[in-house]
Ligand binder design. Structure first.
Ligand SMILES: Nc1ncnc2c1ncn2[C@@H]1O[C@H](COP(=O)(O)OP(=O)(O)OP(=O)(O)O)[C@@H](O)[C@H]1O
Ligand SMILES: [Mg+2]
Length: 195
């Protein structure tokens, strides 16, 4: 009996033809279960960050987060990044942006949500729901956060240039340390360099 050839195309070379035949011989009926689709994490970070196209969207995301943290004041300082490398090979002038508020700040879990993608745990009625907003900061050379909550101060920072890493398919890692908040300071300061 002739072996059935699945997917054989007439115009294939004889070598290709043999490869298809060999493959088809091991093509016994099977069922594969429990397969988990994978996420290309670096690409997702890039796509979400790119969804924020206009510069004013950063201001909206930052102010929304300060509002949700019940801040009564928030300030945003925008400065041109000084040379060298202030354009990262593009025509566009890169900026250093600092966002400072007097809101409730972040604990260790919330610092995680800040850097995570799609990991929002805000109460109903908040502006933020998606866990996408801060990912606009990944279009930069560095992110640093100082925040105060529950008697602790947390200092967190990316350990590698976020945008460059993502473009290489690497999720930029971050680190943080906690120290007692002895001065009773409130709020959060976010410094984004080279955005
Ligand atoms: N200024 C801030 N003060 C306190 N927590 C903050 C601040 N900025 C960000 N966060 C924390 O970081 C998390 C991630 O922020 P992000 O803006 O990405 O998501 P979101 O606000 O929850 O949802 P959305 O994508 O709809 O804005 C927030 O859920 C919050 O816990
Ligand atoms: Mg937000």
């Amino acid at each position: 009996m002739q072996t059935p050839v699945i997917g054989c195309i007439r115009t294939r070379s004889s070598v290709d033809h043999r490869a298809v035949e060999e493959e088809s011989m091991s093509n016994e009926a099977k069922e594969v279960t429990g397969l988990r689709p994978r996420v290309n994490e670096a690409r997702e970070f890039i796509e979400i960050a790119k969804d924020f196209k206009r510069p004013q969207e950063l201001l909206r995301e930052a102010l929304s987060n300060s509002w949700d943290a019940n801040a009564s004041t928030a300030s945003i300082t925008i400065e041109p990044m000084s040379a060298p490398g202030n354009t990262r090979g593009r025509k566009k002038q890169l900026l250093n942006i600092t966002i400072q508020d007097d809101g409730e700040g972040m604990n260790e879990d919330e610092i995680g949500y800040f850097f995570n993608l799609g990991d929002s745990h805000k109460p109903l009625g908040s502006i933020g729901t998606k866990g996408h907003g801060t990912k606009i900061y990944y279009k930069s050379d560095g992110i640093r956060v100082t925040t105060h909550k529950d008697g602790m101060t947390i200092e967190a920072a990316t350990e590698m240039p976020p945008w460059e890493s993502l473009k290489k398919g690497i999720i930029p890692t971050y680190r943080y340390k906690t120290v007692p908040n002895e001065g009773g300071i409130r709020g959060t300061t976010i410094r984004v360099s080279g955005i």
